[in-house]
Design a binder for this molecule. Sequence first.
Ligand code: ZN
Length: 489
Amino acid sequence: MAEKQKNILILICDQLTWRALPYYGNTFVKTPNLDRITRNSAAFDACYCSFPLCMPSRCSFWSGIYPHETGVLSNGRHWPNEPLSAAVPTLGSVFSEAGYRCVHFGKTHDAGALRGFEIVPVTQGEAEPASPAWPIHYDTKNDVDTAKKAVDFLRSDRDPRPLLMVTDFNNPHDICGWIGDFAGEHENPWVEGMELPPLPENFVFDDIANRPRAVQYLCCSHNRQAQTARWSPRDFRYYLAAYYHFIQRVDEMIGLVLDALEESGRGENTLVVFMADHGDALAARAQVTKQVSFYEEVTRVPFVFHGPGVTPRGGPITGSPVSTLDLFPTLCGYAGIKAPGTLRGMDLSPVLRGERDRVDREYVASEWHTEWGFTVSPGRMIRTERFKYTYYIEDRAEELFDLKLDPFEKRNLARDPQYAAPLEELRGHLRSHLEETGDDFLSLSWKADPEWRCHPLGYHNHRGPAAPEAIEPAAVWLKRMRANGGRPG
Ligand code: ZN
């Protein structure tokens, strides 16, 4: 090795949709610290997670294979997951074998896929709510601890090995506590001078009758969506204000880590990667947080590379979509490490270096199964440069969106005869994808009691609890949370 390998710092946010970031066009949110990375970066415009839920997504990108291959298809509870097989190579195992010191700070939720990393345990740090409008849960407190431990490490570490470091933040995931455990009294606080963000242009969901049943009854499988049944449009603007606030909190934490990296003298010699495990519905279609669906807000995430060897671009790199599954092969390509043959993603390092202007591939894919096992809705998404196609086992329902003409996914075109040709092509991509990746998706079954498919269409027509609360009452849920240090799971 002629020259010392570059260090790599991966910064992760939980539940951060690309559409909420100034770099990707949001004019309301301010992220001065993330801007330090994005300003001189090679960042991808259309990056998709392989499953819009924490644990399946994380296990998938750390191991570089699809969720149906890892076997991690939920966040646990009534659909328990086996840990990732020890036979599957992981990013940490491959880089530590190649001589890197691999250290992880913050949120894990990996089902064993962080194998090869030294895991620094996270505890709750000291943090106060900035306003009664934005009560904080374990997420913001954990992030304070994560940032502190990452900063202390960067200040004191003298290990001569190249470093692969992950700083894995929870926020803006605290929005789940805001609408979950803090439901009710904090939904509509009046805060003097608070500027309310505008609603997105796809807030009104007038195409709901034309969507898969699993999406139509998302409120019945999702306790947080159920809570919005009586919300006014203004309440959704409070939701957005809180979500954006939690982004600004994590931006501050990212600033502390970037400062420590600079002060350590390693700034010039470290590739910084910024990404998220999945997005957030962002009040689009009057939806909140994330649950069954593959809409842009929940599956599309930031994917940013900054540092030595990266040719900065003036804006996000367009072309074919990319996937968080590309992280593993891209880092192997960047570091000159042989990638394991198991990986499903693509090495994007030639694009980072500026040898290529765009990404060329036919499609990327994403999956859904269940959040907790109370309702089960197997689905698959195929995304090409222009179209998005989804297929749900329940009712064999399909969606087709022309993202060039309809970037906000307002009209499902699956039954539009004018789109018969692209529909057939996308169906073909799904068949190839299932075959090539050994996915027995078409033989899976869905599960939802008729009780969770009965009210008139529209999330505002939902009444009472959703499946998780009805099947496992709130008191049991709270007890489990407390026994688990304030975390669900
Ligand atoms: Zn409902």
